[in-house]
Ligand binder design. Structure first.
Ligand SMILES: NC(=O)c1ccc[n+]([C@@H]2O[C@H](COP(=O)([O-])OP(=O)(O)OC[C@H]3O[C@@H](n4cnc5c(N)ncnc54)[C@H](OP(=O)(O)O)[C@@H]3O)[C@@H](O)[C@H]2O)c1
Length: 339
């Protein structure tokens, strides 16, 4: 039978890249997408794809689309509880087994605001989605993405015989996306924006806080493998409580990112010095006045993770260029986008 997939967030960086890779690799799949603002050329670009116009607030529409799908890939706003509840209520109407692959993010691992201890400082803790699964599925209520992860985990605990769920948890992502809408990630455009305000790339304290990174193409490959596993009957991988997939392929300290950025931007004539700078908490808080925690979350925290489960269960092997190979082109894309 033709697998029926329902996807959200398809005009986004992640959801769009996942969608276009699936459409390219599996033209035999029956794809339905939810778009609130369909790009004008969407239907001519993807003539075989069913389009539903609506937003994450349209509970009935989402539930109906999920009820007709074997596999739902939820990307987009990682914190939209209504969208997830609607998807789950639709999937639970089905008579056969269904799958939900939910996007999360390693923002859920940040130490701040619970403690300031590791802001701009090295934290030795690296999360494994096999060894530390108990901690990952019981993050504190105030952790980023926790509320929606908890919705999925609860549904899996109550209905795991018919509803197979996976939470996919990327670190910071780099590289150009491939979808029909947004093709830029978040970290590098935000870092460029903040660097412009301060005049130089920056870090807090000694900048030894470490973050995981993954190229968008390697991250998408985890999705493709998960979907293919589901289509094959789902036996080969974990779902539900153990169905938690971290995705980092490498790490970098904030200081290393800032220093490499300074060299590139100086060589490109964008800034007047090849040095990065250490900034204070007050300067960090001032970078995003409408959401002061954004700077601390994005540039001051540690978020260290290993993609152990994808490697073990999906045979995942990252193949894309490293952050250092792509940093210059991502920086130039971010600068070009603001000119
Ligand atoms: N990018 C990263 O490096 C990264 C890393 C870890 C975690 N994450 C998490 O992953 C999620 C998605 O990231 P992204 O980079 O793909 O974001 P993005 O490029 O901004 O994409 C967001 C997508 O969600 C859709 N969307 C948002 N609110 C919606 C609503 N109310 N109704 C319908 N559609 C809605 C957007 O549609 P429109 O086009 O209509 O706006 C767009 O398709 C975020 O929660 C982020 O925190 C991202």
């Amino acid at each position: 039978m033709t697998p029926r997939l329902f996807l959200t967030g398809v005009t986004g960086y992640i959801g769009g890249s996942v969608f276009s890779a699936l459409a390219r690799k599996h033209p035999e799949y029956d794809l339905t997408v939810l778009l609130r603002k369909p790009p004008t050329n969407f239907t001519s670009q993807f003539p075989g794809v069913n389009l539903i116009q609506g937003s994450f607030d349209d509970s009935g529409t989402i539930a109906e689309a999920a009820a007709s799908a074997d596999i739902v890939i939820y990307s987009g706003d990682g914190d939209h509880e209504n969208a997830l509840n609607s998807i789950i209520s639709g999937l639970l109407r089905r008579d056969s087994i269904s799958y939900l692959i939910k996007l999360s993010g390693t923002g859920t691992l940040y130490e701040y605001p619970d403690t300031m201890e590791y802001l701009g400082r090295f934290n030795p803790k690296i999360y494994s989605d096999i060894d530390d699964i108990k901690e990952l599925v019981s993050r504190p209520d105030n952790a980023l993405h926790r509320r929606t992860d908890a919705i999925v985990l609860k549904a899996a605990a109550e209905h795991g015989h018919s509803l197979k769920t996976a939470i996919v948890c990327p670190p910071d992502i780099y590289g150009r996306g491939h979808g029909p809408g947004r093709r830029a990630s978040y970290y590098i455009p935000w870092f460029v924006e903040a660097t412009r305000k301060l005049g130089k790339p920056f870090y807090l304290q000694d900048g030894s806080n470490m973050r995981g990174w993954v190229h968008i193409d390697d991250f998408v490959q985890i999705y493709i493998s998960l979907v293919e596993a589901a289509v094959a009957g789902g036996e080969s991988v974990s779902w539900g409580r153990e169905g938690y997939f971290l995705a980092a392929s490498q790490e970098a300290s904030q200081r290393d990112v800032a220093e490499a950025t300074a060299k590139i931007l100086f060589a490109r004539g964008e800034i007047s010095s090849a040095d990065a700078q250490s900034i204070s908490n007050e300067e960090m808080a001032s970078l995003f006045p409408d959401a002061p925690d954004t700077g601390f979350f994005s540039f001051g925290c540690n978020s260290r993770s290993k993609a152990d489960r994808a490697i073990k269960e999906l045979g995942h092997v990252p193949k894309a260029p490293s952050l250092w190979d792509v940093l210059e082109s991502d920086l130039m894309d971010a600068i070009a986008a603001t000119k």
